[in-house]
Design a protein around this ligand. Sequence first.
Ligand code: HMG
Length: 445
Amino acid sequence: MTAVGIDAVEIRTGRLKLDLPNTFAPAKGEDPGKYTKGLGLNASSFPDSYEDIVTMGANAAHRLMERKGLGPEDIGRIDVATESAFDNSKPVSTYVAGCLEQVYDGNFHHANKGERKFACISGTQSLDDAYNWIKAGRHRGRAALVIATDTALYARDDPGEATQGAGAVAMLITEDPSVVELSTEQGYGSADETDFLKPQQQFPSVDGKRSMQVYLARMREALEDFESVAGDTHPDDYAYIPFHTPFPGMVRKAGLLGFRHMIRDTPVEDEFAEEIGRQPRPEGFDDDEAYEEAVRDYMDALKETEGYRDWYGNTIEPTLSISREVGNWYTGSVHLARASALRHALDNDVDLAGQRLLVGSYGSGAQAEIHAETVVEGWAEEVRAMNVDEQLGARHDLTFEEYESIHDAHNHDKDTDLDPLTSPDGEFAFTGWGRMGERQYEYVE
Ligand code: HMG
C-alpha cells in the first residue's frame, strides 16, 4: 500500500509578540506564575496590522513551495482550515491562491479549493481530506496543500485573553512523504457541546472551565475508539504524543489522563502499584462520588511518581516548546505540537525514522480525533529547513499600550487605523478593501 502523509511543513508566526509574564500579567495585576507555571505560556503571537489569516497562510505556503521547488501545476488542491474566516461564501483558499499567483508564472485554476470549519480540529480534518483524495487515486500525481491559519483573539478581559495567538501552519500532503506517514486507523469522540462557539461573532463565547472538561471527555472517547480499531495503546509505543495545545497546562491534564488509561490492566500498572496502589475501579465503590474522589487521589499520586514524570518529560513535554512562545493557534495548534516534537528530536540527535507518534486533535463544539503517524526517512532534513526559531526571535515585543491598539485594529467592530509596528519584507501583505468589500493583498519585495 502506498504511504501517504506529510511531506513538508512550514510555520508562519504573526510578527508581533506579547510577553505574558512581563507585560500582560503586571498590566492585569496578576501573578506572572499563572502564565508561566499555571497555563504554561511565556508569550502570544499577534498579527501586525498588514497581516491576517491570508497573509500568514500564503507566506507559509510560499516558503514551502519555494523550498520544495514546486509550481502551481504540482498542487491539485488547496484546503484552508480556519475558524477566523471573514467571508461566509468566498473561501480563504481562493485568496491564498490569488496571492501565490502573484509570484508564480502558472496558476491554480485546476486545483480544488475549499475551507474546513470545525473549531481547532478542522486542520486535522483537512489532512484527512487530502489523505483520502490521494488514497482514492484522484490526485493525478499532484500534492495537496493544507493550510491551518488563525487569529485566535478573545474579547478584552475574557479569561481566554491569556491564551491568544496567531499564525499559520502549511503542510504538503503527498505519496511517499518525507516527514510522517498517517495511519489508516482513527478514533473519534464527538458530541453536541456548547463550550466554545462564535455564533456570527468574531470573538468566542467561552465557558472556559467546562471547555477543559469537554476536551478531556472527548479525547478519552477518541482514544477508546482508536483502540477499538488499532488495538490497545501502551505508553512505550509512541516516541511523542502531540495534542491540541490551547495552552500547555491543558496538555498536562490530557497527558496524565491518557497515561492512566494506557497503563490500566497492564504490567506497568502493577509496577506503579508497589508505590501508589492500583487504579480505583468503579465496582469497588458504593457511589460515583467516592469513586471519582479515589480517581483524583490516584491521579495526584501518579503525577508525582518518577516513572510518570520521566514518561511525560520524554513523550509530552517536547511537544510544547513552540506553543509556550506563541499561544493558541487554533487549527494549527496540534501541528505546532508535532513540529515541536520533531525539532526536539533533531536537536537531541534522536534517530526517529520508523518510530511512531500518537496525535490527539481537538475542536470545541466538540470533537476529538486520534490517529497514529510513523516518522519516515527524510524527516530530519525537512525539520532542519524550518525557520521557526528565527521568526520567533524577530517578533516585535509589544508594550501593553501597543497590544491594546493592535487588538483594536483587528477587532471587526472597531474602525481603527494603525501604523504597522514592523515592515513587510519579501512577503504578502494586506493592502485594503476592494469595491465589493473583498480584502486585497500584494507581495512586498
Ligand atoms: P482562568 O480562570 O483565568 O485561570 O482561566 P485559572 O485561575 O484557572 O488558572 C489557570 C491555571 O493556572 C490553574 O491551573 C491555576 O491553578 C494556575 P490548574 O489548577 O488548572 O492546574 N495558577 C497558577 N499556577 C502557578 N502560580 C500562580 C498561579 N495562578 C493560577 N500564581 C482558562 C483559565 C483556561 C479557563 C481560560 O484561559 C480560558 O477560558 N481559555 C479559553 C478556553 C480554553 O482554552 N479551553 C481549553 C480547552 S477547549 C480547547 O482547547 C478548544 C479551543 O482551542 C477552541 C477551539 O477548538 O476552537 C479553545
